[in-house]
Ligand binder design. Structure first.
Ligand SMILES: O=C(O)CCC(=O)C(=O)O
Ligand SMILES: [Fe+2]
Length: 229
């Protein structure tokens, strides 16, 4: 994993509700990680999106124990993100604070009955898309998550842009398209983020999804920090 400019990540998250980490994974890591999708024994469940009205395409949630590189990545990203999450909660006047270590946060999730792993790989083919959604899996919510693009845009696929919308109170929604290259990660708000207004901080609801794939195959790795009921 390359060194991450966390000041820049925090600044982009504060301003836009999302931030890019360029080159989080190498092309080689991406190809290896995408290949995991074909190993069903690594996963606890598979979801065909059109069956649930979630869009078109499919994904699989990893089982515990996670593959070691993924477990390490999830643990390493958590700490700096917890600092941002705690600052956001203070701004939003939400009482919950997050421990510094991911294992302590997971212990909290597991004690609350959220014990199933949430990291996943998504696979889109031509015509597939992911409807705008929020990855909430129970009462406990870690407010930031990460998605890593593992395929090469323009080469492996076309279309299939990562999109975010934000719903501001009593205002029209704003959309954001996040351009990603292979191995780039996007960090984004799971459900809401603080925005500085003229009369204090207000909450903006965020959703994310993926626009229709025009061609090829696109794999993403999703890293969610709370576990699921
Ligand atoms: O495929 C994507 O870029 C988005 C995946 C997603 O919804 C997630 O990681 O939670
Ligand atoms: Fe998602």
């Amino acid at each position: 994993m390359t060194a991450i400019d966390w000041d820049s990540v925090a600044g982009e998250l504060d301003a836009y509700g999302c931030a890019v980490i360029p080159g989080l994974l190498s092309a080689q890591d991406c190809v290896a990680a995408s290949a995991l999708y074909e190993r069903p024994a690594l996963f606890r469940s598979r979801v065909v999106m059109q069956r649930h009205g979630f869009g078109r395409g499919e994904y699989q949630y990893f089982a515990y124990p996670l593959p070691a590189p993924l477990a390490a990545l999830r643990g390493a990203l958590y700490g700096p993100l917890a600092a941002i999450a705690n600052r956001w909660h203070a701004l939003l006047r939400i009482e919950t604070r997050f421990p510094q270590r991911h294992e302590d946060y997971l212990a909290r999730c597991h004690a609350a009955g959220q014990a199933r792993p949430t990291p996943l790989i998504l696979r889109y083919r031509e015509g597939d898309y992911n409807c705008l959604h929020q990855d909430l899996y129970g009462e406990l919510v870690f407010p930031l998550q990460v998605a890593v693009l593992m395929s090469a845009p323009g080469l492996d696929f076309e279309g299939g842009e990562f999109v975010l919308t934000e719903q501001r109170p009593r205002m029209q929604s704003r959309a954001e398209v996040v351009p990603l290259g292979q191995g780039d990660a996007v960090v984004f708000a799971v459900n809401q983020r603080p925005v500085q207004g003229t009369r204090g901080v207000y909450r903006v609801a965020m959703r994310h999804g993926v626009s229709r794939l025009r061609r090829g195959t696109r794999h993403t790795m999703g890293i969610i920090f709370h576990d699921a009921t």
